[in-house]
Write a protein that binds this ligand. Structure first.
Ligand code: ZN
Length: 450
């Protein structure tokens, strides 16, 4: 079965490239709303043509495209999460070829969305067409959920997923995208950190006041600085009561996977122009700390006069923008509640928490049978063991799916794909390897449906 399907991939390279070319022509930029309807129509049409049952899932924003191909109710079901929206192409003058026209150069395909995320979706669709064209019954049921707002933070995804629970039922979710590392090893990401963002605000008088009165009038900048200093010590320990209560220590397997992630601290120092990392850590200990620790970061801090020279005032207000990065099983609502309690306990009743929000971390059991099957399928196609990240340090709405099923990333990117940047690209051969990867994952899952 595999040989027949893999030979389809070779015989139909033009079909795959032509459809991808048409798809990439659509400037589906969620930030501006351009091309959104067109991209929806394109996908509905394409998936309908392949025999999928399709529909739009309406939201307050851009609708999601849903498609399903149910082969046999008793089979396992694979759910592909992708997004049809892209980042704006600006600055346009930095593109060597036009962003919304697929251009081939040096074995690569250039266009906005080539990697993030239209190429990976194309690999998935082509894999299923291989089964259909070769009249091989797909060994799993297939569902697609294709987001139209991923690049603007998927503000409506949570509600849509909640309202479509039955529709989205599946046994395994293949996450939107994936990449090879610098040495061509495929990466498999099984989760991500959560995030809480919040602004703290200290308020003083109605307006800025002469600083000679600083021995009389409380200064909101000091109030905020003292409050901030109470939140974290110099050893990076977050001092909020109960902050670490829900943290699940890494399992032995998770530690083992992290130990196998290639990481060159010296190179990273050069990359960022730094002399040292946090706590003087280096190499594997640094990586372990980085992936396993929750964090509290100051993103922006402002108060009073910031122009040239001096201005003697007590500022009328001070604010800071914070983000917490959460690890399993911390929850945003607990963190915000504890932050409020901490401020109150330390006498900072006057400091307000504003514009707070976020979402929880996502975790897949690294020992799940399907994680092993995908890892095996990956090795079979790429000829190399995948680099497995129990979760990545960045955050995303993956928890919506890991709460319901194991979730694994797969895709056609590479470290120089320039996602979100000018001259985004993928390697042509990575696209076809990506098609074979999905075929192999589907074949592998079949072994569990008997
Ligand atoms: Zn993106």
């Amino acid at each position: 079965m595999k040989d027949l399907l893999f030979s389809w991939v070779e015989r139909n390279r033009d079909w795959t490239l032509n459809v991808l070319e048409e798809y990439l022509k659509i400037p589906s930029v969620s930030a501006t709303g351009e091309g959104i309807k067109e991209a929806q129509g394109f996908l509905l049409n394409l998936l309908n043509g392949l025999g999928f049952k399709t529909r739009l899932i309406e939201t307050k924003g851009n609708s999601l495209v849903y498609a399903e191909f149910i082969v046999d109710e008793t089979f396992k079901t694979i759910l592909f999460y992708n997004h049809y929206d892209v980042q704006p192409a600006e600055p346009l003058d930095e593109w060597i070829s036009p962003p919304f026209s697929l251009t081939e150069r040096d074995g690569k395909l250039f266009a906005r969305g080539a990697s993030d995320n239209k190429g990976s979706l194309m690999a998935r669709i082509a894999a299923i067409k291989a089964f259909i064209d070769e009249k091989v019954q797909p060994p799993v049921n297939v569902k697609f959920i294709i987001d139209g707002e991923e690049e603007i933070g998927s503000p409506n995804l949570s509600e849509a997923v909640e309202n479509s629970k039955d529709l989205l039922k599946a046994d395994l979710c293949i996450w939107e995208n994936g990449s090879k590392d610098e040495e061509g090893r495929p990466e498999m990401i099984l989760g991500c950190k959560g995030i809480v963002h919040a602004e703290l605000k200290a308020e003083g008088g109605r307006q800025d006041i002469h600083s000679s009165l600083g021995t009389m009038i409380p200064n909101p900048s000091w109030r905020l600085v003292w409050a901030l200093a109470s939140l974290k010590d110099k050893d990076e320990k977050i001092l909020i009561d109960g902050f670490y209560d829900e943290v699940i220590p890494l399992g032995d397997e998770e530690k083992e996977y992290i130990r196998h992630i290639p990481f060159d601290a010296e190179e990273k120092l050069k990359l960022y122009g730094l002399k040292e990392f946090i706590l003087g850590l280096a190499d594997k200990r640094l990586l372990l700390h980085h992936l396993s620790s929750p964090g509290l970061n100051i993103c922006g801090l402002s108060s009073g006069y910031e122009g040239p020279g001096h201005k003697s005032i007590i500022p009328k207000e001070a604010w800071v923008k914070l983000d917490f990065r959460l690890v399993p099983d911390q929850k945003p609502e607990d963190i915000l509640r504890r932050l409020r309690a901490h401020l109150d306990k330390h006498g900072f009743h006057d400091i307000k928490i504003e514009n707070a929000g976020g979402y929880p971390p996502a975790r897949t059991d690294v020992n799940h049978l399907f994680v092993r099957l995908v890892a095996e399928a990956t090795k079979e196609v790429y000829g190399k063991d995948p680099i497995i990240y129990p979760w990545m340090a960045a955050s995303g709405p993956m928890y919506l799916f890991t709460q319901r099923m194991p979730c694994v990333s797969a895709g056609v990117g590479n470290p120089e794909s320039n996602i979100h940047s000018p001259n985004e690209s993928i390697y042509i051969e990575d696209l076809f390897q990506g098609v074979r990867h999905i075929i192999q994952i589907m074949i592998r899952l079949r072994t569990t449906t008997d």
